[in-house]
Design a protein around this ligand. Structure first.
Ligand code: NAI
Ligand code: MG
Length: 487
């Protein structure tokens, strides 16, 4: 038996296959991209962004304060009034298409920089983040001259200057989600990337510059939470779009209340992945792994709560554990790696705290016997069995590769359990029965419900949450709505 186990493990040993970093260029120091120029932060302060896979410093990045934000908002206002809002949709589209094409040309460089700065696997940044980011720009460029068809019989006007604050889990993709619909509808933007992952947004600023956008249409300012707060509180911003933690989302909601600023929030999740006994079990197991373990569980819509129908629970759990034994945790630049680095030390500590809480709550823990690099921030894929609905690890967002498993017998029971959460971002349903899928898609209180798949995205399809997962939709025709005033 021991021998057999050893053979099984050995069969997963691949030779390392590292993506090259020789073709990328990262500057040592980045200033702020304001009004089409690189300007020094008024405080003179810079902070470091590191590679979480090995803790090495990648670059120094400007720390913007209120004065810098004011400069950026003024530049955005001027560009809005004098240029961008006056341009025809067809003209705006040309710029956005050009940006999308130039990003495609630099796709490999963007993917490698994303992996270095964020710790996510090259497989994901190369195959998911970068192509989807390009597709978002292509898709919304297509709407720019067709807004009267998007909103028939209405006069469509832009909102004005948009302040956009994004997180670290999909840095370039979130920038694209935010920028593309805003630009297509004639708004100008001040974008703030997350402090641990500013490099692809800064690379994007270089591409925007090369693409010849009129100065001030897109401004990219880096900094921490106080930089984001300065943007939220600036009196001349017309709209705030935020993706990140529910706690900060609530602060922003309070800060903008009564200000007349439009607001969209895309916050956390605790999404249910539901496996029925008639599901294709092997595909479902792969869907579970894709739903929570790939991208280190750093996905707002991660399938972090697994519900398995009781009569197949043993089988599913056995197959899942087996699959977890074969997952590679390690260097995100290695094309074989399934689970890369946790984005930051702070996030790793949060995840480890939740793992301790889970153990203290009496849940049974399973982690495969995988090797983990000694430097950098890593967490093995983790299962919690025998959990109860009231457990902290079942209720709260962990944002790491940690999965809780519960069983159910009936459809009504699983709907109740799945909906019993403060969140409502996404859900997955695995079954052979189409009628059951449609029944669940109408009853699950989640913005997206995937059937027999998980974590699939497309620019044409809207995304967003119920309850504490936020409000407003991004993607698709719905994604235009927050950026227009209809008359
Ligand atoms: P965070 O919400 O603090 O950071 C997201 C962005 O907001 C960053 O750009 C940050 O600089 C900015 N920010 C922070 N405080 C702000 C403020 N007061 N006003 C304006 N902007 C502000 O998230 P954090 O601390 O990095 O992660 C904590 C938890 O949030 C994670 O464990 C996870 O549960 C959740 N999260 C959810 C994400 C999602 O996609 N829904 C993405 C990232 C984190
Ligand atoms: Mg970094």
């Amino acid at each position: 038996m021991a021998k057999k186990q050893e053979l099984q493990n050995n069969s997963w040993e691949y030779a390392p296959s590292l993506e090259s970093t020789s073709h990328i260029s990262i500057q040592k120091k980045y200033d702020l991209y304001i009004d089409g120029k690189w300007v020094k932060p008024s405080s003179g302060k810079y902070f470091k962004t590191i590679n979480p896979a090995n803790e090495e410093v990648l670059a120094e990045v400007a720390d913007a304060n209120e004065k810098d934000i004011d400069k950026a908002v003024k530049a955005a206002r001027k560009a809005y009034t004098n240029v961008w809002s006056k341009m025809t949709g067809a003209e705006r589209a040309k710029y956005i298409y050009r940006l999308a094409r130039m990003m495609q040309e630099k796709a490999r460089e963007l993917a490698v920089i994303e992996t270095l700065d964020a710790g996510k696997t090259i497989r994901e940044s190369r195959d998911v983040d970068v192509p989807l980011a390009c597709n978002h720009f292509f898709y919304y460029a297509g709407w720019a001259d067709k807004l009267e068809y998007a909103f028939p019989n209405r006069n469509v006007e832009p909102v004005g200057v948009a302040g956009q604050i994004i997180p670290w889990n999909f840095p370039l993709l979130m920038a694209a989600w935010k920028l593309a619909p805003a630009l297509a509808t004639g708004n100008t933007v001040v974008l703030k990337p997350a402090e641990t992952t500013p490099l692809t947004a800064l690379k994007l600023a270089e591409i925007i510059d090369e693409a010849g956008f009129p100065p001030g249409v897109i401004n990219i300012v880096t900094g921490y939470g106080d930089t984001g707060a300065a943007l939220v509180n600036h009196a001349d911003v017309d709209k705030i779009a935020f993706t990140g933690s529910t706690a900060v989302g609530k602060l922003i909601q309070q800060a903008t209340a009564g200000s007349g600023k439009k607001l969209t929030l895309e916050l956390g999740g605790k999404s249910a992945n539901i496996i029925f006994d008639d599901a294709p079990i092997d595909q479902a197991v792969e869907g579970i792994v894709n739903g929570i373990f790939f991208n280190q569980g750093h996905v707002c819509c991660a399938g972090s709560r697994l519900f398995v129908q009781e009569n197949v629970a043993d089988l599913v759990i056995r197959k899942l554990k087996q699959r977890m034994e074969s997952l590679y945790v390690g260097n995100p630049l290695d094309k074989n790696t399934d689970i890369g680095a946790i984005n930051s030390k702070k996030q790793l500590e949060t995840i480890e705290q939740y793992i301790q809480i889970g153990k203290a709550e009496g849940a049974e823990i399973f982690q495969p016997t995988c090797a983990i690099p000694s430097k950098g921030f890593y967490c093995p894929p983790t299962l919690f069995l025998d959990v109860a609905q009231s457990n902290v690890i079942v209720q709260e967002e962990i944002f790491g590769p940690v999965l809780t498993i519960q069983t159910f017998r009936t459809v009504d029971e699983v709907i109740q359990k799945a909906n019993n959460t403060p969140y409502g971002l996404a859900a997955g349903v695995w079954t052979d029965k189409g009628s059951r899928i449609f029944n669940l898609t109408t009853k699950l209180r989640a913005g997206v419900v995937w059937a027999n798949t998980y974590n699939k995205f497309d620019p044409t399809s809207p995304f967003g949450g119920y309850k504490e997962s936020g409000y407003g939709r991004e993607g698709g025709l719905h994604g235009l709505r927050p950026y227009v005033r209809l008359k």
